[in-house]
Design a protein around this ligand. Structure first.
Ligand SMILES: NC(=O)c1ccc[n+]([C@@H]2O[C@H](COP(=O)([O-])OP(=O)(O)OC[C@H]3O[C@@H](n4cnc5c(N)ncnc54)[C@H](OP(=O)(O)O)[C@@H]3O)[C@@H](O)[C@H]2O)c1
Length: 250
């Protein structure tokens, strides 16, 4: 294990969409990154781009967030190379839309809970020693945990029961993390955006065209701002609503 003074981040779901946008922003700032997703070939291609964009070092670990061994490999990959962790970005997430009355609603329940809630909990547990180490090395800045919740985790919406429930639980989990760890310099923020224009939201283009969705960069700006806060500040939840809505709809 080697300790380094370069700022380091672990980003889940970093191969496309919001996670890729965050990875590019941090790469340009010279972070060293551990990036993970299931598709290893895509991760390797992304890693080459991120090095070109300015990342100090990139570790790639292909893993399914629903797989316990995969989570261990991701944590070990970061720990072995970097030792400390300035930021943990819990971005990977999945969702299916169906009403509570439909059988389909429970079909992917376990997988959705595993990826959207259990994996973040396990990664926070495993990363805490590294986050505390980064916070002690840079007490003015501290270390940050940022998780992608959803506006449906704050304002429930018809058709998104299980997805919304996992995202609401994520808000609660990170609020508890703040109660336990922000005094040690590890502060957590959940981002709760409405629809963002990525592959994940393509299924609803017939009702909400991409140009009426949030841009990936809108979310990235919030992550960047949170990572620049001092260790004295905690921003628990940031809701990003879409223009043209009442502010409460996905
Ligand atoms: N897009 C939206 O409208 C929206 C709105 C609010 C919140 N969010 C949240 O924002 C986060 C990112 O969403 P996005 O729109 O960027 O999604 P996306 O475009 O579908 O990208 C998802 C990323 O996560 C990885 N991933 C998916 N399932 C995984 C699994 N089981 N294990 C490991 N990695 C996995 C994907 O790579 P692989 O497929 O290779 O694994 C990919 O890198 C999610 O938590 C989502 O719930 C999205």
């Amino acid at each position: 294990m080697t300790m380094t003074t370069t700022r380091t981040a672990l980003i889940t779901g970093a191969s496309r969409g919001i996670g890729l946008g965050i990875a590019h922003r941090l790469a340009r700032q010279g972070f060293s990154l551990t990036i993970t997703a299931r598709d290893g070939a895509r991760l390797d291609a992304v890693a080459a781009d991120l090095r070109g964009a300015g990342a100090a070092e990139i570790v790639t670990v292909a893993a399914d967030m629903a797989d316990e061994d995969g989570l261990d490999r991701v944590l070990a990959g970061h720990a072995d190379r970097f030792g400390a962790m300035s930021a943990l970005i819990l971005n990977a997430g999945i969702g299916t839309a169906s009403p509570i009355a439909a059988d389909a609603t429970t079909r992917r329940f376990d997988k959705t809970v595993a990826v959207n809630l259990r994996a973040p909990l396990r990664l926070i547990q495993g990363a805490l020693p590294m986050l505390r180490a980064a916070a002690s090395a840079d007490p003015a800045r501290g270390a940050k945990v940022v998780a992608l919740s959803s506006i449906t985790g704050v304002y429930a919406e018809a058709g998104l029961a299980v997805y919304g429930a996992t995202k609401a639980a994520l808000v609660s989990l990170l609020t508890t993390l703040n109660a336990e760890e922000s005094g040690n310099g590890v502060a957590a923020t959940t981002l709760a955006p409405g629809y963002v224009d990525t592959e994940m939201s393509a299924w609803i283009h017939d009702r909400i065209p991409p140009e009426r969705m949030l841009a990936v960069d809108d979310v990235v700006e919030m992550v960047d701002a949170v990572l620049r806060l001092s260790a004295r500040a905690v921003v628990p939840t940031i809701v990003l609503s879409r223009a043209g809505t009442d502010g409460y709809r996905a």
